[in-house]
Design a protein around this ligand. Structure first.
Ligand code: PHE
Length: 486
């Protein structure tokens, strides 16, 4: 047990938390997952729902998680338990912490495989292993890279070991500093690729694909995917942000930090889309090609552009670093829970987690070769890990966090912890009590086939529902009204 009177480790320096949280948020989710999901779910409408979810759900939930972590000063389980106890809420809320911890670990189990792709492409870039001139050549290279379990396993093992060494030595801060050159570097690289795309054809089509809103093109599945991705890309409901928040000093501004992390994260994702889709359209590639999308398209661009090898190497170095600053954040919740509660050292905890991780991630890695036919309901183990976490666990966890903060916790402590101006606080409260929960529930109902959503047609009804729910909520427990009149 931690001694509550003793201050917990805190971030060093003013930028510590922002760097770490940005490092956690910006990762494969932005550069690998966002483009391929956008391709799979048809473009503009997916992007719009994703952006709406970031704003209406992601940002308020992120602020809440940071506040919960800072007030509870512990792993998600301990922090939520303490904060809920302080407000005399039911202890069952700490189940949210358990789910978050499990979720972070499950994500890591497939994340190391994708990070392994990034490292292996860096190696190929350095050693000339990406020679080919067509989409088919690139698809063949990607396929061959996956087909050999020893090759793929080598790279995912390397990522697993690197993650655990960093976490075990407790040198995250050093790695997270890399965000201060990696982020600008990433942005510069993406700008170079966007400029290249603008001159090599396919750019107009890419912009059209990403930003033209075509309401009919989005399925319920796509809507759920967009919401889930908003959680994934901001590292929410998986213990990462909450645990990082537990190291945040008292005086830091939660509102401003959240905004800068969310803006950086969204910019990188949109820029990645603008960098990748021109290459896809210019080469006649199918946008819905799935998880291999960036690995089959980007190398073509690097081959064709001047100084392409240099840019390609730099790009994969940054992508690999971005993946590591995210993967270390996924273990932090579990490590902090083990060290606080089980009296285990950080080193032992991370090696223990590392072994379990290695076994499960190896099973996920086998989905691409030996275990190609091991499917359940049409999904491989790798897909199941992604599907369960992004589509269900994270939105559910986010819903729980919003309801906990909006209805259960003592409003005075929450207000004090968040430290927002009165107007912004009222907006935050309106979001976590009504807008985010309604959004999450409506998208769930739609995905379960219980209701059919057509935003183009139904928005007046949704607004009416929001107004009615707000009214009922405020009559039952008038917090928002009190905030506004204070
Ligand atoms: N946000 C990270 C990314 O976009 C992934 C992540 C999810 C990190 C959950 C931590 C926790 O790559």
């Amino acid at each position: 047990m931690t001694n509550d009177s003793q201050p917990r480790t805190q971030w060093l320096g003013r930028w510590g938390f922002v760097l770490a949280a940005t490092g956690s948020a910006v990762g494969l989710g932005n550069v690998w997952k966002f483009p391929y999901m956008t391709g799979e779910y048809g473009g503009g409408a997916f992007v719009l729902v994703y952006l709406a979810c970031i704003l209406a759900i992601g940002v308020p939930v992120m602020m809440t998680e940071i506040a919960l972590g800072r007030r509870g000063r512990g792993s998600p389980i301990d922090a939520i338990r303490r904060v809920t106890a302080e407000s005399k809420g039911a202890s069952a809320w700490s189940l949210l912490g358990w789910m978050a911890m499990l979720c972070g670990f499950m994500i890591l189990c497939f994340y190391v495989v994708v990070a392994g792709w990034s490292f292996s492409y860096l190696w190929k870039m350095l050693t000339g292993g990406l020679a080919g001139s067509s989409v088919d050549d690139m698809a063949a290279i990607f396929g061959a890279n996956n087909a050999n379990p020893f090759n793929l396993g080598f790279w995912s093992t390397l990522v697993t070991v690197a993650t655990m060494v960093i976490v075990g030595k407790g040198v995250q801060a050093g790695i997270e500093k890399s965000v201060s050159w990696m982020m600008p570097g990433m942005v510069v690289m993406l700008v170079i690729m966007i400029v290249y795309g603008a001159f090599s054809g396919g750019f107009g089509e890419a912009v059209q694909f990403l930003f033209a809103f075509n309401a009919g093109s989005l399925s319920s599945e796509g809507m759920l995917a967009a919401m889930g991705h908003a959680f994934f890309t901001l590292s929410l409901a998986s213990g990462a942000i909450l645990t990082y928040g537990s190291y945040l000093p008292r005086h830091a501004s939660i509102g401003r930090t959240t905004l800068s992390v969310a803006v950086a994260d969204t910019l990188v994702a949109l820029m990645a889309g603008l960098a990748i889709f021109p290459v896809i359209f210019a080469n006649g590639m199918e946008p819905g090609s799935g998880p291999g999308l960036i690995f089959m398209s980007l190398p073509l661009a690097f081959q064709a552009m001047p100084m392409g090898t240099l840019f390609g190497v730099l790009f994969f170095v940054m992508l690999s670093m971005a993946a590591l600053t995210s993967s270390i954040s996924m273990v932090e919740a579990t490590v902090s829970w083990l060290t606080d509660n089980k009296g285990i050292s950080r080193r032992t905890a991370s090696w223990g987690i590392g072994i379990v991780l290695w076994v499960i991630s190896t099973l996920a890695m086998l989905s691409f070769n030996v275990g190609a036919d091991w499917t359940l309901a049409g999904k491989h183990f790798f897909d199941w890990l992604d599907y369960l976490t992004s589509r269900w666990m994270m939105p559910l966890g986010g819903l729980g966090v919003a309801l906990l903060a909006g209805f259960v916790l003592n409003s005075e402590s929450v207000r004090e912890e968040l430290g927002l101006s009165p107007a912004v606080h009222a907006l935050w409260l309106f979001m976590v009590r009504y807008v985010s929960p309604l959004g999450i529930v409506v998208i769930f109902l739609d995905a379960l086939g219980i209701a059919t959503l057509e935003f183009g047609v139904q928005w007046p009804w949704l607004l009416l529902a929001l107004a009615v729910i707000t009214l009922i909520g405020e009559l039952a427990s008038p917090r928002l009204m009190r905030t506004l009149s204070a």
